[in-house]
Design a protein around this ligand. Sequence first.
Ligand SMILES: *Cc1c(COP(=O)(O)O)cnc(C)c1O
Length: 404
Amino acid sequence: MNNTFAHPQPTADGWFGDYGGSFIPPELQTIVTEISEAYDAIIADPEFLSELTSLHRHYVGRPSPVFHARHLSEKYGADLYLKREDLNHTGAHKINHCLGEALLAKRMGKTKLIAETGAGQHGVALATAAALVGMECDIYMGEVDMAKEHPNVVRMHILGATVVPVGHGRRTLKEAVDAAFEAYLKDPVNQFYAIGSVVGPHPFPRMVRDFQSIVGNEAREQFIEMTGRLPDHVVACVGGGSNAMGIFSAFLDDEPVALHGVEPAGRNLEVPGEHAATLTKGTPGVMHGFKSYMLQTEDGEPGEVYSVASGLDYPSVGPQHSYLKDLGRVNYHTIDDRQAIDAFFELSRAEGIIPAIESAHAVAHATRLGADAGGQILVNLSGRGDKDIDFVAEHYGKDYGLPD
Ligand SMILES: *Cc1c(COP(=O)(O)O)cnc(C)c1O
């Protein structure tokens, strides 16, 4: 059996140092404690682990390859390697935890998976997992996001999910989170709230991290097989922090391996609301059921956030990242919109790989790091850019020589 689930654990109450925990109403705590216990039980169950392993191989297409990006390596004077999560079924790392959560929910006898979605990526991955395991699926989505991300709405419909429009407030992610939470409170017995990153109350930060740790476990082994050694640097973008925790978790004990999380500086790192660099600019606080660094208003409400990559614009971050930041084990950096779009085109044209704009943030930092320090750099390429091509062509095409 692999060691997928043998990682440093939070305390029994879900604390990573000063961060994490569970800040939810008592009636919900009972249910969430049941989820925690059910999770502990399934990860000790060989039948569950072999089902998950089989789905990884035959459904997701794991292991995803590690690719040595030769042209970028030559250009920057460093060896750049890409962990190809973009090649997974559904095009990103999100399927890793959605599958795990769906299997757990099914085992617990739940009938419906629910979640909110912003750009629709989490919604599509969860609707996919729901179809596979045979569960109903309700995805809450702001009306503004539904109009903007129409293809993902259609995908969810085709997959048999219900997309519930959220029409109040600014009609985007924040309102969708509230609506999904409200719906969950109405029937937490039959519904399972599938959180989309390493955030939320305990046990979600741990559980989602564990489900994503396959990325790091595979990559570490693949990297050693390819090069005979460990990388000097591991780089990943950080929104909620799941793809980063997934790849970092396998290297936390490898002291010589430097770990780099990359946050979005958006349009302007110095102006609140113009970026989503939570660890770089935030302060500790409680939001969405857990304590972590967050971008907050003066009265402790979630602050406005922005990034060209909609998967990165979350005003908090997984508690383990906050812990690792304070420990100094992971360094957090920022990349702005323009640098990310540059990297988007550079990777497309140098290697024939169109990355998600989220992942392009990690690529941009990796090339900067390579130019500065050289060495062997492993980048988590969290997703593919198919979802982004129309947006990029419309807003940036001219600057990069695309015809009108
Ligand atoms: C959602 C998403 C992210 C951000 O989420 P994390 O939890 O920080 O990993 C990054 N990359 C891609 C491709 C995504 O879809």
